[in-house]
Design a protein around this ligand. Structure first.
Ligand SMILES: Cc1cc2nc3c(=O)[nH]c(=O)nc-3n(C[C@H](O)[C@H](O)[C@H](O)COP(=O)(O)O)c2cc1C
Length: 359
């Protein structure tokens, strides 16, 4: 049988029944105050039912001021716990590991949405973001930790810290965004400090078997591949995390940085010393063959984003049919309705070039 259907254990938390994770996918279906809606519940639990070994929520914001999208799921207040509890319980009832992704958009929070100016490690003219004070950084760390505690209370098996895609933690990492000259700016050690402070807090305040992952992306937004590789290695070496999620946008691509070309971007992470930490990758895995190839290239697990939007039961279908061929984009709205997407989510997917057919 394919390696994709071999179980995967972690240093903490439950075992995944297979190697398929549902990627965190913003779907704009939550209520205005970040409370989970029935539409978002349906979309996610259908994926758990469809065979994903781990089902991750979309990016859920840990502070109101960190909201990045309308209709974003929130985890910044106790009012979110009831909806999240129902979600976590149902995901787990389908024998899928339940993970909540913790997020703060930083300077990428639209000011009209948060009705104040966005915050970031440093001020930014283009977005109108203002720099965080040291006290506010302390609060940001505390709020990531509080969101992890809230996720635990809601019954999730663990959380993933969203450190990718130029959101606030990535803004700290990027010397382009981060111009601070205090403990949080300058050297790579300082720019990555906040990750380790959040992890320390989570490990102190959450139960011993609470699973923690970190998501990083290694390119664009002023990131330097060798620096992201160093941080990835440190994250794995401290033993504070259970899985590292590398968001590569294309798992088979070569790096953008010319000096690093000649091998895949992914290989810079599979070559690291992972210890007990499980490494996975996301980016343009569309078919079972591509999933097999990514696993064979050294990942412990793979993540499906758009392929999981197209088929809620991608893992189960592949299990039942070794020659399963996913549908090709663009797809009709009716296909997405059948796959459990509400009108709001389908409209959002229209902003992803070539995904939904024009009618
Ligand atoms: C509609 C959409 C929403 C996304 N939302 C998130 C998100 O909330 N958090 C995150 O870390 N990545 C997000 N991503 C990135 C995906 O998790 C994934 O890494 C990316 O889509 C590449 O995988 P794929 O080619 O299988 O879709 C999003 C991607 C898409 C297409």
């Amino acid at each position: 049988m394919s390696q994709l259907f071999q179980p995967l254990s972690f240093s903490r938390g439950p075992t995944m029944k297979n190697r398929f994770m549902l990627a965190p996918l913003t779907n704009t279906q939550s209520h205005e105050d970040g409370v989970l809606s029935d539409e978002e519940f349906t979309w996610l639990t259908m994926r758990a039912e469809g065979g994903f070994g781990l089902t991750m929520t979309c990016a859920a914001h840990v502070q109101a001021v960190g909201q990045g999208f309308p209709g974003q799921l929130g985890v910044f207040s106790d009012k979110h716990i009831e909806g999240l509890s129902h979600l976590a319980a149902t995901i787990k009832a389908h024998s899928s590991v339940a993970i909540c992704q913790l997020h703060h958009a930083g300077m990428r929070s639209p000011s009209e949405l948060i009705v104040t100016e966005p915050v970031s490690p440093s001020g930014d003219e283009k977005t109108g973001a203002r720099a965080l004070s040291l006290v506010e950084i302390e609060q940001l760390v505390a709020d990531f930790v509080a969101a992890a505690v809230r996720s635990q209370e809601a019954g999730f098996d663990g959380i993933e810290i969203h450190g990718a895609h130029s959101y606030i933690l990535c803004q700290f990492l990027s010397s382009e965004n981060n111009q601070r000259d205090d403990l949080y700016g300058g050297s790579l050690e300082n720019r990555s400090r906040i990750f380790f402070e959040i992890l320390d807090g989570i490990r102190e305040q959450c139960r011993d078997d609470f699973m923690v992952g970190v998501r990083l992306s290694p390119e664009r937004f002023g990131l330097v591949l060798s620096e992201v590789q160093t941080v990835a290695q440190q994250l794995m070496s401290t033993g504070q995390i259970d899985f590292l999620d590398m968001s590569l946008w294309d798992v088979f691509k070569e790096p953008n940085e010319e000096a690093m070309q000649g091998r895949t971007l992914m290989s810079y992470f599979t070559e690291l010393e992972r210890g007990e930490v499980r490494l996975g990758v996301a980016g343009k895995i569309r078919t079972p063959e591509e999933a097999e190839k990514a696993l064979a290239a050294g990942a412990d697990w793979i993540m499906l984003g758009r392929a999981a939007i197209l088929h809620h039961d991608f893992p189960n279908r592949y299990l039942e049919d070794p020659i399963f061929k996913p549908i090709e984009n663009p797809v009709a709205r009716s296909h997405l309705v059948d796959e459990g997407l509400s009108d709001k989510f389908i409209t959002y997917m229209q902003s992803w070039e070539g995904f939904v057919a024009k009618e």
